[in-house]
Design a protein around this ligand. Structure first.
Ligand SMILES: Nc1ncnc2c1ncn2[C@@H]1O[C@H](COP(=O)(O)OP(=O)(O)OP(=O)(O)O)[C@@H](O)[C@H]1O
Ligand SMILES: [Mg+2]
Length: 238
C-alpha cells in the first residue's frame, strides 16, 4: 500500500531521517517506535507532505507522492491525525467533521458528506457530542475529535502521531479499542506511540527508529528482544 525508499531529511546538522525503507501492507496496524528525537514525527511529516525530503521516494497505491502537496495526499487517501489537536473551537463537533468530509474529497456532495459524518460520529463514540462546540470538549473528547476529523476525510491509510499522549490508562484502553474498530472498518493504520502496552495491544508489526534510521522491525516480541533496540532505549534513558 505504501512504499518508502531511501527517505532522508536533515535539519542543519541534525540527520532526522536517513535512508528509511519501509512498507505498509493493506489492512495492517503498524507501529513506529523509538527514543525521543529518533525521527518518528519527521517520518510522518514526510509522509503527509508537511516537509519535503532531501532524497528518497514515497509511493502510495502505486503513485509517486514524494513531492505531492499535503492536500493531494489527503485526496488520494493518506489521512493524518496530529498530536496537537487543533479543531475549530467555535464550531460544533458535527461542523468540524463536515469540514473534514468536504475537504477530504473535493466534489463530495453535501448529502454524502453528512452521511460520512454520521458514520464517523458513531464509530468514534462522539454522536452524543455532535452538537457540542469543539472548544467545550474534554482532552479525551478532543483526541477523539482529531481522530474523527482525520477519518472524515475517508482515508485508506491513517497516520497517527501519539494520539494517546496524556490519556489515563483506562482512556488509553478505550482509544486502543477505537483504533481496532477503525481497522475493522477497512482503514489501514500507521501509528507512533510511546506507551508500550498500547503498541503491544495494537500492532501487527513494529518498526523501530533511532537516529533517523530504521534499526529493527518485526513482531512486538521480536523487536523487544532485539539487541539494537535494547541498546537504543537503555543508551538514552539510563
Ligand atoms: N523542523 C525542524 N527543524 C529543526 N530540527 C528538527 C525539526 N524537526 C525535527 N527536528 C530534529 O530532528 C530530530 C528528529 O525529531 P522528531 O521530532 O522527528 O523525533 P521524534 O522521534 O518524533 O521524537 P519524540 O519522540 O520526542 O516525538 C530531532 O533531533 C529534532 O530536534
Ligand atoms: Mg514526535
Amino acid at each position: 500500500m505504501l512504499r518508502v525508499r531511501g527517505l532522508s531529511k536533515r535539519f542543519g546538522g541534525v540527520v532526522a531521517a536517513s535512508g528509511i525503507d519501509l512498507e505498509v501492507e493493506p489492512g495492517e496496524i503498524l507501529a513506529v517506535i523509538g527514543p525521543n528525537g529518533a525521527g518518528k514525527s519527521t517520518l510522518l511529516n514526510l509522509l503527509s507532505g508537511l516537509i519535503r525530503p532531501d532524497a528518497g521516494e514515497i509511493t502510495f497505491l502505486g503513485q509517486d507522492l514524494t513531492y505531492a502537496p499535503p492536500e493531494v495526499r489527503t485526496w488520494k487517501g493518506l489521512g493524518r491525525a496530529f498530536q496537537i489537536v487543533q479543531p475549530f473551537p467555535e464550531m460544533t463537533v458535527r461542523e468540524n467533521l463536515l469540514v473534514g468530509a468536504l475537504y477530504g474529497k473535493p466534489g463530495t456532495p453535501v448529502q454524502t458528506a453528512h452521511r460520512v459524518v454520521e458514520q464517523v460520529l458513531e464509530l468514534t463514540g462522539l454522536a452524543p457530542k455532535a452538537e457540542t462546540e469543539a472548544g467545550e470538549l474534554t482532552l479525551l473528547e478532543d483526541k477523539r475529535l482529531e481522530l474523527a476529523r482525520a477519518l472524515a476525510t475517508q482515508p485508506k491509510l491513517l497516520l497517527l502521531d501519539e494520539v494517546m499522549a496524556g490519556l489515563r490508562p483506562a482512556e488509553a484502553l478505550e482509544a486502543v479499542a477505537l483504533v481496532q474498530r477503525i481497522r475493522t472498518s477497512g482503514v489501514t493504520v500507521l501509528f507512533i506511540e510511546h506507551l508500550m502496552p498500547v503498541v503491544r495491544a495494537l500492532a501487527d508489526r513494529v518498526v523501530v527508529m533511532d537516529y533517523g534510521q530504521v534499526i529493527a522491525q518485526g513482531s512486538y516480541a521480536e523487536v523487544a528482544a532485539h539487541p539494537k533496540v535494547r541498546q537504543a532505549y537503555l543508551g538514552r534513558s539510563a
